[in-house]
Design a protein around this ligand. Structure first.
Ligand code: FMN
Length: 308
């Protein structure tokens, strides 16, 4: 009932672990696998080991809403290959999120990940507090990176979109033209908080990316708008805490979803979400969750009146 096919990946649930949330270690994977996750995405991995930003690098602004600037700290692809091989044992689709400083360095990281057994690649062109965001705001660079990877890899390639742009549709269309097998909408929103006593930004990096509850309605609109433009699948991401946000994303047009921030409450919520989704599907007379994808578009919204 919850099984979906995402660009050739067979998922037992449409819920995917978002990038950067849990370390992809054997023990955390075991917990999340047992909780019923459909697929996992690794933290974004680059060509070389990289330290993240100093603390404070993450704070909870309102209940369930976080601001972070962890700065893409990661062990580098060569030190990550053994983890990819270890995760393969779980027999669950593994998406490796990659970044680089040129199209060829993205390809280099992605090729090594594919050879180690990654089932799909997610291109991070969108982290708002790192230099890769400059790709995700430029349709030509986005096309170039996506095309370079698609021309050389066999596994599906997803593109994680940057919401910090005037027109996310243009970037998504460039990704589709480059051959992307799907887009993930959205990464965190650029944001800042300032301490009124010390009179300085709270995060060591200054600004960061907003995630969790506050960004959910923004992400829903992005998915809704992208559904009207794209032919490739959309993976909704942003502020999922319960089954209701999953249903909302799918009604807006998502084929699958990613969950991040909410997992600070424990991975058990995945089991709860899966169980409630089955209940919702049955209760509404459907036999598969795929039947609800895009249904919100059947409702004709009021048009903007002509300018007089
Ligand atoms: C602490 C933290 C680290 C993150 N690291 C990454 C990352 O390495 N790569 C990436 O593409 N997204 C990263 N993200 C963004 C999430 O994958 C996700 O797009 C975002 O948090 C919105 O989903 P959520 O509201 O469910 O958390 C990170 C988010 C958080 C909170």
């Amino acid at each position: 009932m919850l099984e979906i096919n995402l660009s050739g990946l067979e998922l037992k649930s449409p819920i995917i672990l978002a990038s950067g949330i849990l370390g992809v270690s054997y023990s955390s994977m075991k917990r999340i696998f047992n909780a019923g996750i459909g697929a996992v995405t690794s933290k974004s991995i680059g060509p070389n080991p990289r330290k993240g930003y100093k603390n404070p690098s993450i704070i909870e602004l309102f209940p369930g809403t976080f601001l972070n600037a962890v700065g893409l700290g990661n062990p580098g692809i060569d030190n990550f290959l053994s983890e990819i091989k270890e995760i393969k044992e779980f027999n669950i689709p593994m998406i490796v999120s990659v970044f680089g400083d040129s199209a060829n360095s993205y390809l280099n990281v992605a090729t090594k990940a594919e050879q180690a057994g990654a089932d799909a690649i997610e291109i991070n062109i969108s982290c708002p507090h790192a230099e890769v965001s400059s790709i995700g705001i430029n349709k030509d660079l986005t096309y170039k990176v996506v095309k370079t990877l698609k021309d050389n890899l066999k596994v599906p390639v997803f593109v994680k979109l940057n919401p910090n742009v005037t027109d996310i549709g243009k970037i998504a269309l460039a990704a589709e033209k480059g051959g992307a097998d799907g887009v993930v909408a959205i990464n965190t929103l650029g944001a800042m908080v300032i301490d009124i006593n010390t009179k300085r930004p709270i995060l060591a990096h200054g600004s960061g990316g907003l995630s969790g509850k506050a960004i959910h309605p923004i992400a829903v609109k992005k998915v809704y708008d992208l559904y009207q433009l794209l032919k490739i699948p959309i993976i909704g991401c942003g502020g999922i805490f319960t089954w209701k946000e999953v249903v909302e994303f799918m009604l807006a047009g998502a084929n699958a979803v990613q969950i991040g921030t909410a997992l600070y409450k424990g991975v058990e919520i995945i089991t709860e979400i899966n169980n409630s989704l089955i209940y919702y599907i049955k209760n509404n007379g459907y036999s598969s969750i795929s039947e609800i994808i895009g249904l919100a578009h059947e409702y004709k919204t009021q048009e903007v009146p002509d300018f007089e």
